[in-house]
Each structure stands twice: as C-alpha cells, then as structure tokens.
Design a protein around this ligand. Structure first.
Ligand code: PAF
Length: 270
C-alpha cells in the first residue's frame, strides 16, 4: 500500500493506470467505508482512498475542529482491506489552484441539508471536482447514507466527467444506526435515542409502503421525536428518490432526516 501526500507523486503512480476506483473519505474509517472499498476492489483495477478532512464543507469551525481524526488506525484498516493507494494531501495541496468559476447550487436543490448547512455542498462539490481532476478515476464511490451528496455529485459531474459515480448501500449497526464517523461522538444514552429514531422511521416507511399509514402522518412523528427524545429535528421529509421532488409514489420514495442530539448533528435516510 503506497501512502502519497503530493499530487506530483500521485501522478507518477497512477498516470498509467486506466481503471482506478476512488473512495474519497475524511478518515475516521468504519465498516461503511470498508464496504465502499470492497465494492471498488470488485470492479476496479486499483483502489485509491483519500483521507482529507475538507475544511470548506464545514459550515461551523468548531464542527471542523471536533471532527474525529484517527489516521494511524485508518491506515491499519486500509492495509487490511488491501487498498493500493492512500492519498493524504494537505489543504494547500488541494486548494493551491484557484477556481475559475464558483460552484453554485441551483435554487431548486437548496433543500434538506443544503438548506440547513450553508455552503456545505458547495464545499463538497468543489473538493470532489478537484479530486476527480487530479485522479481521473474510472469509478468513484459514495455511501447511500449521504444520499443528497451522491445526488448532487451525480447532477453536477456525471455529464462533465467520464468517471462513473457509484452508490453503495448504507451499513447499519445492530441498533439500526447508520454507520458514521460522527457516531464516535455519541454517548450511551445518545446511541439509544439514535437507535429509537432509526427503528421508528424504518417501521414508518414499511407502513407507508403497505398502506397501513398515510405519509402525511410524518409531521406527527416529527413532533413525537422532537418532544420525546429531546432532539432538535432540522428536517424530516419524504422525497421522490430520483429527483428529490416532493411528489412521490409508494414504491419510489425516501424518508430523510437530520437532527441534533445535544451538539452532534446526524443524518439518515430510509
Ligand atoms: O462523505 C464524505 O466523507 C465527504 O463529504 C467527502 C465525500 C469525502 C468529501 O469531502
């Protein structure tokens, strides 16, 4: 496994490899990331993982500072997963070149997290575009937990670059909580709440699908979660899966949630 810090060094290793699978991460690796790596190893020639806590996608400085970092442990996991290349650039390396045109997200996509986290997806799109230009991967992999991230990356880049954008299933723990680096920040009682919320929404989705409950009962659930679990829900919404529009059919929707447990913000979709 080659550990690479500089773009020119990276070019030496991968410029002749035509089928690189790229898994972008911000470190704090868990089984969700490993599943993306496995997928990449299945369909790509070589797998490259980046570890870069991208400062421009954090809307609050404090959030950037407390974001879990565990480089040593991450490298052990990547070696075990038989990754070919790990790219660990500095912010200067990535942001050295100024953008010609600012990333602007269309008003119609200023929904869900894009509405609540100012500049977040602009930061994500910026860094992913930079990575795609540097690496020119054949495939790039994203987890379904961050569905809106995948959706926007596909919208903005699938026509612009040859790279195939691949969505991989959310991995949940035994409590049904979607794996996320931020889960490390939760204590026992907070884990319990996150688990209750996930189970409630999984069951609600199944009831909508089987006509047991009407989807307009979602607001009742939102109030229930807000008051009984003492969390602050940013949004709890049902959206059509392919366009993220509000009109959906029973077999083609997702339930999206973002909420704060104390100071930790979690997102999920079902
Ligand atoms: O999902 C993440 O971890 C980040 O948003 C990503 C895709 C690595 C970009 O910084």
């Amino acid at each position: 496994m080659k550990i690479i810090k500089k773009i020119n060094q990276l070019n030496k290793y991968i410029s002749n490899v035509s089928n690189v699978g790229f898994v972008p991460t911000m470190g704090g690796l868990h089984k969700g990331h490993i599943s993306l790596i496995k997928k990449s190893k299945n369909i790509s020639g070589k797998t490259l993982v980046s570890i870069f806590v991208n400062p421009t996608q954090f809307d609050k400085k404090k959030d950037f500072l407390i974001y879990p970092r565990s480089l040593k442990k991450d490298l052990v996991k990547l070696k075990k997963a038989k990754v070919d290349f790990v790219f660990i650039p500095s912010a200067n390396e990535i942001y050295f070149k100024k953008r010609k045109r600012k990333i602007v997200i269309n008003k119609k996509y200023k929904i869900l997290c894009s509405k609540f986290r100012k500049g977040h997806f602009e930061g994500v799109l910026d860094v992913i575009e930079r990575f795609i230009k540097i690496i020119n991967p054949k495939f790039i992999f994203f987890g379904e937990k961050d569905y809106q991230q995948f959706f926007l990356i596909k919208k903005y880049f699938s026509g612009k670059f040859k790279t195939k954008i691949i969505l991989c299933k959310t991995i949940r723990d035994k409590n049904k909580i979607a794996l996320s680096t931020r889960n490390q920040l939760l204590d026992k009682s907070e884990i319990k709440i996150a688990s209750l919320i996930a189970k409630k929404l999984i069951s609600f989705k199944s009831k909508i699908r089987h006509n047991i409950i009407n989807s307009n009962k979602l607001n009742l659930i939102k109030n229930f979660i807000n008051t009984n679990y003492k969390v602050k829900v940013d949004y709890l919404e049902i959206r059509e899966k392919n366009k993220l529009s509000k009109r959906f059919k029973k077999n083609n929707f997702k339930i999206f949630i973002a909420y704060h447990i104390n100071k930790i913000r979690l997102i999920d979709n079902f």
